[in-house]
Design a protein around this ligand. Structure first.
Ligand code: MSP
Length: 507
């Protein structure tokens, strides 16, 4: 069972290409596992409580509930526009989540891990987090670079300090718990400095989930938000599903929320007596002009700025192919156009166009199902298809760039195959009619395997190609172990439709 999650996003604004990045990787990985034949439950959602949302609502003259009900539609619209295929979308204002939060926090309280104390310190509303004075950079938030506020409250505290040793033991025994390794080292270093107890409630705010033992306080938004992963797995409303889905296979997160996920969340789970997720998979930021996008700088780019030009497929391909999961990545319009024209319009689009065209011209779209793919030219193609399928397994480790590099070697091999076998020459001579059938069959089979392999990344284009190939079902039906193997293209009727990826002309 593959249960995987994205962070739940703050609905203080519409999703931009940075927040869409985590969601996209999660979706492509979920589609990959479905293609393999695994049972998958992929979850995303929104983090609706807390000061940041309360202030966003105020800024728009709405109550927090009105605001989140209004803005949540933007998330659904964006994810639909980008062909996301999540199994669940959780909102923290849902009852299933409230029940789960109250039960888990009560368990932590009953475990003796909660006490009342006073806290005063610098707070960043953007992060919804307290900082110590030495964590600030020039007196400002290290993540947002904005001034912090000083908050002072009587709060309930979680005995985080109790869990340092157990966390270190867990990480030592399960090195895959935090990936990549550089992030694991960062986490270990942070824990080794010693964990301090952390405030887990707010008395000054009402927009949150009340603590079951003290209804005058609401849960601090991170203590509520992290628990969403357990709520969505069915903890309070579907115990059978929960037993099947938990612990999670992976939580995907950006580097700015690493500590919450890799240090706080496992300590909360230990305290509440639940199993820890298998992995926290951490990626960098998407930068525009070298800077992190935020609401407050003009560099914010929305998916809707790009999809009309590149389509959802061109959008998905670019971010999965050009941004490595791990380090920071830079976005540029020029880079995206270049990638689209080279890989999609040329390598794949022209290949499909050319091969379908040849099949339509020379065989009226119906190429015999010859199974003899043993000529030297075909052997190269068959080997390239096998390597491409192996490369696709990179998705299981979030290596989207490397996986797509491998898949693209199949298209390079298929283009070289068409050039080397020159079907247009074979068609001139009646004696080579049998060879023409073999060559066309192999080229169509390469397209069929290619459609299967790109289906997690470009579900819409893969389906269009599948339809032009005249094949039944869909390219993502799987299981990959059979549909991804180079065999014989069946005797179906192929057609030549509109170009898959019309070239983008640069003025
Ligand atoms: N609500 C919290 C998460 C709670 S999860 C229990 C939150 N929300 S967020 O909307 O601010 O950010 C969500 C995710 O988007 C984070 O993983 C963050 O790293 C990611 N990104 C936000 N801006 C980003 C970029 N510019 N680039 C890549 N990812 C970025 O934090």
């Amino acid at each position: 069972m593959i249960y995987l999650s994205t962070p739940i996003y703050y609905p203080n604004d519409r999703p931009h290409i940075g927040t869409a990045y985590t969601t996209l990787v999660a979706d492509a990985v979920a589609r990959y596992w479905r293609l393999v034949g695994e049972e998958v439950y992929a979850v995303t959602g929104v983090d609706e409580y807390g000061l940041k949302i309360a202030r966003a609502a105020e800024g728009h003259g709405m109550s927090p509930q009105q605001w989140v009900d209004h803005i949540v539609g933007r998330f659904h619209e964006t994810w639909t526009m980008l062909d996301m295929s999540f199994d669940d979308f959780i909102r923290t204002t849902e009852e299933r989540h409230r029940n789960t939060v109250q039960t888990l926090l009560q368990r932590m309280y009953d475990a003796g891990d909660v006490y009342l104390s006073h806290y005063e310190g610098p707070y960043c509303v953007g992060c919804e987090a307290y900082y110590t004075a030495d964590q600030l950079v020039d007196g400002k938030c290290p993540v947002h670079g904005r001034p912090v506020e000083v908050h002072s409250e009587d709060n309930w505290f979680f005995r985080w300090s109790r869990y340092g040793d157990r966390l270190l033991e867990h990480i030592a025994a399960h090195p895959e718990f935090v990936t990549p390794g550089s992030r694991r080292n960062e986490v270990v270093g942070f824990i080794e400095q010693g964990l301090e107890d952390i405030s887990m409630s707010r008395s000054s705010l009402t927009w949150g989930i009340p603590l079951p033992w003290d209804e005058s306080q609401v849960a601090y938004v991170w203590f509520d938000a992290l628990i969403n992963y357990v709520s969505a797995a069915g903890f309070s409303d579907d115990p059978d599903r929960f037993a099947n889905q938990w612990p999670a296979w992976a939580h995907l997160v950006g580097k700015d929320i690493l500590r919450f996920h890799a240090v706080l969340w496992p300590a909360m789970l230990m305290s509440a007596g639940l199993a820890l997720p298998r992995q926290i998979a951490v990626h960098g930021w998407l930068l525009v002009g070298g800077e992190k996008m935020s609401k407050s700088n003009a560099s914010q780019i929305l998916p809707s700025d790009l999809v009309p030009t590149f389509g959802s497929d061109g959008y998905r391909y670019h971010f999965l192919r050009d941004v490595s999961f791990g380090p920071d990545g830079n976005f540029s319009w020029e880079g995206m156009v270049e990638r689209y024209n080279a890989d999609l319009a040329n390598d794949l689009g022209n290949l499909a166009n050319r091969v379908l065209n040849l099949a339509v011209i020379y065989r009226s779209g119906r190429v015999p199902a010859v199974s003899n793919h043993t000529a030297p030219e075909e052997s190269v193609l068959v080997a390239a298809a096998a390597e491409a399928r192996d490369a696709l397994s990179g998705f299981g480790e979030f290596r989207t760039k490397q996986a797509l590099d491998g898949v693209w070697r199949l298209f390079a091999a298929a283009n070289a195959f068409v050039e080397a076998t020159a079907p247009w020459h074979l068609a001139k001579n009646p004696e080579t009619a049998g060879r023409l059938d073999q060559v066309l069959n192999a080229a169509l089979e390469a397209l069929r395997v290619g459609a299967v392999l790109v289906s997690p990344v470009m579900p819409s284009a893969a389906s269009r190609l599948w339809a032009m190939l005249g094949l039944p079902g869909g390219p993502g039906d799987g299981p990959l172990a059979s549909t991804g193997v180079f065999g014989t293209f069946p005797a179906v009727t192929v057609t030549k439709g509109d170009p898959l990826f019309p070239r983008i002309e640069v003025p």
